[in-house]
Write a protein that binds this ligand. Sequence first.
Ligand code: ATP
Ligand code: MG
Length: 285
Amino acid sequence: MPGAGNGMTAAHTARALHDASDELRVSELSVVFGGLAALDGVSLSVAKGEIVGVIGPNGAGKTTLFNVICGFVRPETGTITFRNKPLRHHQPHDLAKLGIARTLQGVGLFRGLTVVENVVAGAQRRVRAGIVSAVIGGWRSSREEMALRRRALAILEEMDLDEHADRFPAALPYGIQKRVALARALMSDPDLLLLDEPASGLSEHQMDDLGSMVRELRSRMGVLLVEHHMDLVMSTCDRIVVLNFGRVIAAGTPAEVQRDPEVTTAYLGEDVSAVHQNAGDDGDA
Ligand SMILES: Nc1ncnc2c1ncn2[C@@H]1O[C@H](COP(=O)(O)OP(=O)(O)OP(=O)(O)O)[C@@H](O)[C@H]1O
Ligand SMILES: [Mg+2]
């Protein structure tokens, strides 16, 4: 890290790239949109039980990185490996069987399904909004269906959402919908959870709850947390990677990143610890 001067530079930079315990490794990813480099040589990794944050100003490339890992966007160059297996032509619907789950920027729940049905849908390998009701009500054996429903209800209970199980998403406050989206992602019992701005639109209190929830997941999975809200990222992540204009400009522990001058500059000279107050409210809802 530039200018760190605290004795952790070489070892730390190496850790910020790759380590034998890594589950997810992303190396030298580049993505170009219409001549603009959305990602430019981005490398990072997530080990089992580790929470890695990706932060950066609007347009820095965070969602693009997320979309490449999910298989929505193909990179021009670079590699992704998960548990030492290269992911080359994977599609979003392959993620569940690989052991990866995600929530998207915004909410993305199925409007025509109740909360518990949405969570059950998280167990599906291939889900399309139109067919999911038929899948749930149709060719599944009723025993399998009951087991999935019980599991979904257990997750909802664990996340304090059980009272909403039979409601439709549109009837619920935004913060609750975001939690349901997280519950749905957990339904596939992933080894790696990818979260794109899970805190957008949440109140401070809801954000604290989300932070505790994510920290509790650490014992079961690795987490890649793309997020604007500094408070949440700083209090939740083991390591943080900072993107700006598609490049990694810093990586390290929350404390290291917070005092990195390049990071402060990227956030227009604002005090990084105060950035959460005016970022993240960009209305992706
Ligand atoms: N599908 C696309 N086509 C063209 N350009 C795109 C596309 N997706 C993203 N971009 C551009 O790539 C750059 C990175 O965008 P990206 O959405 O990854 O940023 P971000 O860090 O997630 O921003 P935010 O904090 O606003 O969510 C931006 O300049 C954006 O305009
Ligand atoms: Mg984004």
